[in-house]
Design a protein around this ligand. Sequence first.
Ligand code: ADP
Ligand SMILES: N[C@@H](CCOP(=O)(O)O)C(=O)O
Length: 366
Amino acid sequence: MSALYDTRSTPGLQKRALKLATLHHTTLPTRAASRYNNRLSNLGEILMAVFTPLSDAQVAAFLEKFDVGSFVALQGVAGGTENSTFFVTTDRRELVLTLFEQGEHEELPFFVELLDYLDEHRLPVPGTIHDREGVALHSLAGKPALLFPRLPGKHPSAPNLAQCQALGSTLGQMHKVSQHFPGHRPNPRDLHWLRAVHHKVLTYISPDDQTLMKNAVDDFESEFSQHGELPQGAVHGDLFRDNTLFEGDALGGIIDFYNGCTGDLLFDLAIVINDWASNEDGSLNAERYNAILSAYQARRPLTESERTLWPTMLRMTALRYWLSRLLVVYVDPPAHDLTPHDPERFRMILKARIAFGALPIPEASS
Ligand SMILES: Nc1ncnc2c1ncn2[C@@H]1O[C@H](COP(=O)(O)OP(=O)(O)O)[C@@H](O)[C@H]1O
Ligand SMILES: N[C@@H](CCOP(=O)(O)O)C(=O)O
């Protein structure tokens, strides 16, 4: 086997590569593959994502600091990937309790301020619940902890056009408002990051993909350098379908702001289009694309520079996820044994954007 795909020296890395190999039928060592297949029956357990268990008594005592009613029930949420999340029922309301398992804890005040700011501006986000003394950020079981209202709805796996429109409109409104957000957190996944870290994965990908990645980074640098600063503001930074909640066609909530930062608003919109409006083969789905973009533009029309850089931004955010997912699989696996997101999806999207460009940007819907 060539050194190119050799993951055998790192067991965690091997496991993740095998999970993906099983998805894509790539060639990996047979013994390890069979070990992986034996573990498939435990997949539900692998996906479980409460890393720090809490007892009813711990949560009941914690709730006493807040004016939210008395503890009734606690339920761990299996869907999380980074933090421990719990649904909490009191005699008055439904809540979400999050324990922060990783990341820079000193950045949590930024997220609290951003969520509270957007909530105050009537965006459908879970503004943090402050205790009786006005404090939002607490510690529970040795971890930073935040309490939120539980927002209604389910993640849309195949969003319909009304849902796309609702998302586009809310994102446009969010960006209109977030341009005035006073906080500051540089985008940790911008072009500087791509330039600095892409070389870390080159050894794990094919020669063709190495060329694809290196050329893409060079192109982005040359294209972005020809324009001045794009409109800036606070962005969600990871607005995939599974970070939204819908009740029918109504957007009940946007959650998981922990990639939130300040930077190019267009970056957020491009992430949304790549996740919400890509077909199976990575090509753009014209109907969903038009629904999101025309609803967005009714709230915040794109500037000339944004229109010019739009195809580049779609490619750049595709590479951002191809790269971050490759890093998780090969370079920097998380402490927890979760099934990694599939890098191949975003390699495919990048290739489709390079081959076909972007579709024309529709006018604003009324
Ligand atoms: N405020 C909320 N209202 C309703 N459900 C929520 C809320 N926050 C989180 N959840 C649920 O918990 C899951 C995990 O939360 P999330 O913040 O995405 O965690 P992670 O960062 O670990 O992925 C979400 O997919 C969603 O189902
Ligand atoms: N939702 C992302 C993971 C979050 O991005 P990261 O750069 O913080 O790892 C995905 O779908 O890959």
